[in-house]
Design a protein around this ligand. Structure first.
Ligand code: F6P
Length: 342
């Protein structure tokens, strides 16, 4: 008998269900022995407090296209993982206890950066762990792509597209704040796809005077409007403290133009995965299933140079994959006239 536990951790994203379905299907189609699947509720909390349900084929039906996660998720910050909870429970010991009590052969974790630190810790503590690279931010080390990222680009791009018509009608400057946590992958890609005029990302410090210059250049060229895509992580600490109203006022003062701010926010993580993510997450799931069947543990399944790869969790944990300001995508964007405010 093979016993496999699933959990999804951290912020949700599109294609988490598709990835788990991929693991499930790969295993039931290829295992040489009976398999039992356990689903832990709300991320690592389910493992800590023993909250789980047995998953059957029925649970995996119709979920290729379903957004969110059928298991629920939560954030259990890594920095507090070694601290007892409010009732004095040792979280790491409790997770190990649940795993051993259920006689699991492997834990499959779908998660992003913080969640991978905990996955690595559990692996170091002797649990068999295989992980699925999930996040709209695409900031996981060891993989060129995470699932959720492409679907989020679609949503953010649609938002920028829609803003164009109203910005043009009114001749306004529009600031569109795009998610991505501390990195600029999502704003960069959605910004280029949506035809943004200025893209501000955390990896390229910007000068507000350069932003104003770029707006003035557009004015001189006869453009009635300007679209600025700002990564949530590019907003300075000082500006982040401002309310949207105050922020708008500050930019209005700097540019002398009528400014509006749009924030698509969590819609970027919502809804069904796009076809790219359905394919990608299914492949990730199948590769994870393959590793489990071969009893190769302690890896994240990733994608490098157009190949599916396995990356040791110890390499992934604690690192951030950032946009290289010298990369060709940035140079190409600049060559077509996009300003990065630098
Ligand atoms: O990591 C995904 C993400 O959506 C980031 O882009 C964003 O910074 C963060 O999560 C938002 O977190 P929360 O859902 O806890 O508000």
């Amino acid at each position: 008998m093979l016993r496999i536990g699933f959990l999804t951790s951290g912020g949700d994203c599109q294609a988490l269900n598709a990835a788990m379905r991929g693991v499930f299907k790969c295993i039931v189609n290829n295992a040489k022995e009976p398999v039992e699947f356990y689903g832990f509720e709300d991320g690592y909390k389910g493992l800590i407090y023993g909250k789980f349900r047995i998953l059957t084929g029925q649970d995996f039906k119709g979920i290729l296209t379903r957004g969110g996660t059928i298991l629920g998720t939560s954030r259990v910050p890594f920095k507090t993982i070694r601290e007892p909870d409010e009732n004095g429970i040792d979280k790491v010991a409790a997770m190990k206890q649940t795993y051993h009590k259920l006689q699991l052969d492997c834990l499959v974790m779908g998660g992003g950066n913080g969640s991978h630190k905990t996955a690595n810790l559990l692996s170091e503590e002797g649990l068999n762990v295989v992980t699925l690279p999930k996040t709209i931010d695409n900031d996981l080390w060891g993989t060129d792509m995470t699932f959720g990222f492409q679907s989020a680009i679609d949503i953010a791009t649609k938002c920028i597209d829609d803003i164009h018509t109203t910005a043009s009608s009114h001749g306004r400057v529009f600031i569109v704040e795009i998610m991505g946590h501390k990195v600029g992958w999502l704003p960069l890609n959605a910004g280029i796809a949506g035809g943004a005029d200025i893209i501000l990302i955390p990896e390229i410090p910007y000068d507000i005077n350069k932003v104003v210059e770029a707006i003035e250049e557009r004015d001189k060229g006869g453009s009635r409007f300007t679209i600025i895509v700002v990564a949530e992580g590019a907003i300075s600490k000082e500006d982040a403290k401002l309310s949207k109203k105050e922020y708008k006022k500050k930019i209005t003062k700097a540019t002398g133009r009528e400014v509006r701010v749009t924030v698509p926010g969590h819609t970027q993580r919502g809804g069904a995965p796009d076809p790219y993510d359905r394919v990608f997450a299914t492949r990730i799931g199948a590769e994870a299933g393959k590793l489990i069947l071969k009893k190769e543990f302690g890896y994240m399944v990733g994608y490098k140079n157009r190949e599916m790869v396995k990356v040791p969790l110890s390499e992934v944990a604690g690192k951030l994959k950032m946009v290289d300001p010298k990369s060709s995508i940035i140079k190409e964007a600049k060559m077509v006239g996009i300003s990065f405010g630098d």
